[in-house]
Design a binder for this molecule. Structure first.
Ligand SMILES: Nc1nc2c(c(=O)[nH]1)N[C@H]1C(S)=C(S)[C@@H](COP(=O)(O)O)O[C@H]1N2
Ligand SMILES: [Mo]
Length: 222
């Protein structure tokens, strides 16, 4: 950790602060809306810049050492190197992002491999209901398979036509536009398909298992 004496991410100032927000229900407006009627989710404000948020370790991953493993409840387990990943069909989507710390940023153009195309390859088995994501910095996050499989969810390598920078999760990060951005794992290393939900890093620290911004699913209910 860089900014304080914490020895584990759990002890860091960032995590302690965000645990307190979850405990106190900070930023909650109590409003529910829908993306069809309101582009900006409740309690969010627009930014033009693109803030960087992570646990403080930004791994530099040489492309020769990069791998993506697809494990768990799938017909075809995969372990792709960078060339194999880049040989997959590519898609381009434009979407908004919404961070639980209340900033939103519109119209981001992502290029990469759609989760649809990855799912066609891996073929989750019938009992797979959720995915647990693990990144090169040790970060984890979980989401329902149906959300991971959203039409505009993408394993992104490019943002606005340029390779995604290291600080924003390059060489490859997930983008699931319709959930809070903490579900969009940077520096993605492994996608595990699982038969029951399992909390990732922020989910163990007071944050919601699903994280729908229009329902303000910021924090866990208990
Ligand atoms: N690997 C990894 N992915 C991560 C994080 C992290 O710490 N490590 N932080 C999450 C959080 S809380 C947010 S808000 C977004 C921030 O993405 P950005 O830095 O590109 O804005 O990344 C998410 N993905
Ligand atoms: Mo976040």
């Amino acid at each position: 950790m860089s900014e304080d004496d914490a020895t584990t991410p759990e002890d860091s100032k960032l995590t302690r602060t965000k645990r307190a927000w979850a405990r106190d229900g900070k930023f909650l407006t109590g409003r529910i809306s829908r993306p069809e009627t309101e582009r900006l989710p409740p309690g969010q404000h627009l930014v033009k810049n693109w803030p960087v948020l992570d646990l403080g370790v930004q791994p530099q991953i040489p492309l020769s050492a990069w791998r993506l493993d697809v494990t768990g409840a799938v017909e075809n387990r995969l372990s792709l190197n960078w060339d194999q990943f880049n040989a997959l069909p590519t898609s381009t989507f434009v979407s908004d992002m919404h961070c639980v710390t209340t900033w939103s940023r519109y119209d981001n153009r992502w290029q990469g491999v759609s989760t649809h195309d990855l799912l066609d390859l891996a073929m989750p088995t019938e009992n797979a209901t959720h995915v647990l994501l693990t990144s090169f910095d040790g970060y984890t996050t979980n989401l329902p398979l149906a959300d991971f499989a959203a039409d505009d969810a993408i394993l992104a390598t490019h943002w606005e036509g340029e390779p995604i920078s290291t600080e924003h999760g390059g060489p490859m990060r997930l983008i699931v536009p319709h959930l809070y951005l903490w579900k969009s794992a940077k520096w993605l290393r492994e996608i595990q398909f699982i038969p029951a939900d399992k909390a990732g890093y922020w989910e163990r620290n007071g944050y919601h298992m699903r994280g729908d911004p229009w329902r303000e699913e910021r924090y866990s209910d208990d």
